[in-house]
Ligand binder design. Structure first.
Ligand SMILES: [Zn+2]
Ligand SMILES: [Zn+2]
Length: 145
């Protein structure tokens, strides 16, 4: 990565650049680096990355929720069938346990995806706010000069 002592942050025009984005190559400063958690991406690329993460976790949530519901509904049905048909007792119990475990495992993964999704959305909001305020500052600087 080339070091240019005079390079300024692409976003914060008054700040010295500390590195180049590993994706788009634009310069970024210390403020940007703190905002992105030193990910190596510039603020714009980090926003795209976080946005993709939010979408991905939202898709996962839908899939896991469907699996959790299917598993738990199946478990309930097997449990009912167990009483309905006496001869299905042991098999019914086994089927109930398997589907219930499946359903609760899926529910756990759903909760995990939910937490990650919430976190990604919150991060995204903060990053977008930082990007907007930096853009506003640039406008202000341009007007003043
Ligand atoms: Zn970038
Ligand atoms: Zn910056």
């Amino acid at each position: 990565m080339e070091e240019n002592k005079n390079a300024k942050c692409k976003l914060h025009k008054n700040n010295d650049a500390v590195a180049n984005c590993i994706k788009c190559g634009n310069t970024y400063c210390e403020v940007c680096r703190d905002l992105t958690g030193d990910s190596g991406f510039c603020l714009s690329c980090e926003i795209m990355r976080t946005n993709a993460k939010a979408r991905y976790t939202a898709e996962k949530m839908t899939t896991y929720l469907a699996n959790a519901l299917a598993g738990i509904i199946a478990a309930v049905l097997f449990w009912i069938a167990r009483f309905w048909f006496d001869e299905a007792g042991t098999l019914g119990t086994i089927a109930t346990i398997i589907t219930a475990v499946y359903g609760f495992a899926a529910a756990f993964f759903f909760a995990d995806a939910l937490v990650k999704n919430k976190k990604a959305k919150k991060t995204l909001k903060n990053l977008e706010q930082a990007l907007n305020s930096a853009a506003e500052n640039n406008d202000f600087t341009n007007d003043a000069s």
